[in-house]
Design a protein around this ligand. Structure first.
Ligand code: PLP
Length: 401
């Protein structure tokens, strides 16, 4: 026997967004004034009513194991939220509460994939999907969103990518990194393909509360019984409730899949944190006005960031409709030179912005689009203004090669 390591584990790419955030934080700790557009987490603190529910849970001694797949109280609260917000009817035995949305997605792919199963992943994608699919012996099949369609994929593209090995489609709306939101008619067409070609839809609706303007979030599973039966709807409280650190995500699925995921979870992690589960009941059923206030604030920042970036030379940007990201095409920047050196790669752009302009951004090569940058507007309007001033200085300093 050698002391070799798991091939699957060593093949996993570390999350580049977390790496960039870590590097920016180190520079901040050294006293450098960094503006961070990297983070995928709200800058707001968790609302008081939610914090108080957690404190009450501690005082009440609610600090022991709960059922592995979550408390009945929280499952009922999730059912209520699915009923009122998503027009979806689930019973508690169809719900699994997990340690954050990422864990919920891990459970899903562990529960449905066998070696060689194909999972269609629209590009650009949130960088974790391909890694989770591969860790569970699945094969990612990539289809590319076109600018003309807001970087969303079409039902025709999905249909053309299916084979007899297609097991599932990942559908992320509102989308990270593009901020696109799939409208009902597009979801309906995708649902028809899923039914006709007989595969699962993994609907990642983590940003469901964060939509702006006319566009409203619609759950694909709400579009009819056939699509409901083959969809696993995944969400959580991290983004909409400013609860990233609490680690609560959840799924709605068939009772059969929920039972399987609950069983996997019982061996792998046991229950999610009992106190965070109590806090999540309050988040989902309590006063929603602070949530709306955060959404309104995100919307102001979205408008400001989009309007400014769309006026910068060399950059190309579409108006995002959801989540808290602006997805920017830097193709023309890559053709320029900076301080006499050709730029070439999006990672070089991110490096220059961090080191010379003290702005942290996410280069999207790990999201499948290697000429794009994602800016998060989950930071104050004042920071956004300063950060965009610096970005503008960088862009205007560039010279033809
Ligand atoms: N889904 C998407 C699209 C995300 O962007 C994220 C977090 O960045 C998650 C799921 C996971 O969220 P959580 O922090 O609850 O694991």
């Amino acid at each position: 026997m050698s002391l070799s390591l798991s091939k699957k584990a060593t093949a996993v790419k570390p999350s580049s967004t977390l790496e960039i955030t870590a590097k920016a934080n180190t520079m901040k700790a050294e006293g450098i004034d960094i503006i961070s557009f990297g983070v995928g987490e709200p800058d707001f603190t968790t609302p008081d009513n939610i914090n108080e529910a957690a404190i009450r849970a501690i005082h009440d001694g609610f600090t022991r194991y709960t059922p592995a797949s979550g408390t009945l109280e929280l499952k009922k609260a999730v059912c209520e939220k699915f009923r009122t917000f998503n027009q979806l009817t689930y019973q508690p035995n169809q719900i699994v509460i997990s340690n954050g949305g990422k864990h919920a997605l891990t459970n899903i792919f562990e529960a449905i994939l066998n070696p060689g199963d194909e999972v269609i992943i629209p590009v650009p994608y949130w960088l974790t999907y391909p890694e989770i699919v591969k860790l569970n012996d699945g094969i990612p099949v990539y289809i590319y969103g076109e600018k003309e369609n807001g970087y969303k994929v079409t039902a025709q593209q999905i249909s053309a990518a299916t084979t007899d090995k297609t097991k599932a489609l990942v559908l992320n709306s509102p989308n990270n990194p593009t901020g696109a939101v799939y409208p009902e008619e597009e979801l309906q067409a995708i649902a028809e393909v899923a039914i006709a070609k007989d595969f699962y839809v993994v609907a990642d609706e983590m940003y469901e509360h964060l939509t702006y303007g006319e566009q409203k979030h619609i759950s694909i599973a709400s579009l009819g019984l056939d699509i409901y039966q083959r969809t696993i709807t995944c969400s959580g409280v991290s983004k909409s409730y400013a609860m990233t650190g609490w680690r609560i995500g959840y799924t709605g699925s068939s009772a059969r899949i929920a039972k399987l995921m609950g069983s996997l979870q019982s061996h792998q992690t046991s229950n999610p944190n009992s106190i965070a589960q109590k806090a999540t009941v309050e988040a989902l059923l309590g006063n929603q006005s602070t949530i709306e206030a955060m959404r309104v604030e995100f919307d102001k920042r979205r408008k400001y960031m989009y309007q400014r970036v769309s006026q910068f030379p060399l950059l190309d940007v579409l108006e995002p409709e959801g989540a808290f990201y602006v997805f920017i095409d830097f193709t023309n920047v890559l053709k320029m030179s900076y301080q006499g050196q050709p730029i070439h790669t999006i990672n070089r752009v991110a490096q220059i912005l961090l080191e010379d302009y003290h702005v942290a951004v996410v280069p999207c090569d790990d999201f499948g689009f290697d000429q794009f940058i994602r800016l998060s507007y989950a930071t104050s309007l004042a920071a956004i203004e300063t950060g965009l001033d610096r970005l503008e200085q960088f862009i205007t300093s560039l010279k033809e090669k």
